[in-house]
Design a protein around this ligand. Sequence first.
Ligand code: S3P
Length: 171
Amino acid sequence: MLRAILIGAPGCGKSSVGKALSRELSTSFEDSDALIVEREGRSIPEIFEAVGEPGFRVIEREVVLSALASNVGVLALGGGSVLDPAVQDAITKSSAIVIFLRVGLSNVLARLTAKGERPLVAEDPKRQWLEILARRQPIYEKLATLEIDTDNKKSHEVARELIIRMGLSHD
Ligand code: S3P
């Protein structure tokens, strides 16, 4: 059963927090970017290079809708997948907790500049990331059932805090 969906801007830690949370919940974890790479047999930058952002979004919609309908326990979604109305609709209808990971620019900058992994912030990471966040923040907030600040916290600390806030802590 899908228990938690992680959303947020690129580099906010969805994958590492998602993995840590799935360990805490003893359940499975999937990441939509990894599912796309697996399905397409090429990297995200290679997909952008071949079919552009519109082509990437078509693939992403299919992969995300199928993952949302699957049995994975914790699902991390690519930062831009929530722009799609069908994806928004499926998230809203899901019984899973939708977790928005908040992060500040200073915490995210080093991750964003990691070589060419994120085509949308490759040119001018700081400016592009801030623009992306400004555009998407209202969507992340609208979809979220739980929001958490991740600045200066390790993934496992965020996961522990989430467990407590989800009312699942037995400590
Ligand atoms: C994107 C975010 C990336 C990846 C692609 C596009 C976006 O995933 O799906 O580069 O539009 O924000 P992360 O959010 O995991 O970086």
